[in-house]
Design a protein around this ligand. Structure first.
Ligand SMILES: [Mg+2]
Ligand SMILES: [Zn+2]
Length: 242
């Protein structure tokens, strides 16, 4: 079973949609039925080693420590109009290292710590299952599976091709590439040295704040800046520049 924390399902919006005439309420639920042309860009974030310090199977709220600058980076990404969604594998639940209740407490604390620095997440999705190689049944929500990203896509009307995935492991890079997102590897946490998959990111950044700088630059609405950013991206993908 995949789980998500908080949030309003599209169904709840539909249930309260007025039959007509109430412009204010119609505006409120408009994003839930955006046409494809206005699909949004998101920045998917891995949790451990990207937003918070990597701890082997973090199992107690006291172990939670934000990576320096992470909260401000998240606030800047959202201010730039991007949805910010955490996607995290937490097999410690299936392994019995922590309960779902404790995991929810950890995530509530994470949101409070971010809020204390003016940042919020649009969504946080986790897979609590065991990987198949550890004897699990093989769910489709555990990264590099895409079902958690697809749930966020449906909820926020996201365009994967304009979205980014910032992670510290080769699993995150593979997830990004399978979804068609731009894969950004950070040098915090595992720093891409886990050796699980042979896969190259589109971009390597020192940490989440540096990744946010690059993403916001790449998404600039100024045509000159956008050409620059596109050139950078073509360069890192090994394609000819402008
Ligand atoms: Mg990680
Ligand atoms: Zn799963």
């Amino acid at each position: 079973m995949a789980s998500k924390i908080k949030g309003t399902s599209p169904g709840q919006f539909r249930a309260t949609r007025p039959k007509g005439g109430d412009n204010l309420l119609s505006l409120v639920d408009a994003p839930e039925r955006s046409p494809v042309a206005t699909r949004k860009a998101a920045v998917f974030l891995d949790r451990d080693g990207v937003v918070i310090e990597e701890v082997d199977y973090l199992s107690r709220p006291e172990q939670l420590k934000l990576i320096p600058g992470a909260a401000r980076a998240i606030a800047r990404l959202r201010k730039a109009g991007l949805k910010v969604v955490v996607i995290t594998n937490q097999s410690g639940v299936a392994r019995g290292y922590l309960t779902l209740k404790t995991l929810r407490e950890v995530h509530a604390l994470l949101r409070r710590r971010l809020a204390a620095q003016g940042a919020a997440l649009d969504g946080l999705y986790f897979c609590p299952h065991l990987p198949a190689r550890a004897g699990g049944k093989g769910c489709d929500c555990r990264k590099p599976g895409l079902s958690l990203l697809k749930r966020a896509q449906a909820r926020f009307h996201l365009d994967f091709s304009r979205s980014y995935f910032v992670g510290d492991s080769t699993t995150d890079v593979l997830t990004a590439k399978r979804a068609g997102c731009t894969a950004v590897l950070v040098r915090t946490g595992k720093a891409g040295r886990d050796g699980v998959y042979r896969v190259q990111p589109h971009r390597v950044c020192r940490n989440l704040p540096a990744a946010a700088d690059w993403i916001i630059g790449a998404g600039s609405r100024t045509p000159a800046l956008r050409r620059q950013a596109d050139g950078r991206r073509r360069h890192v993908q090994g394609l000819p520049g402008p």
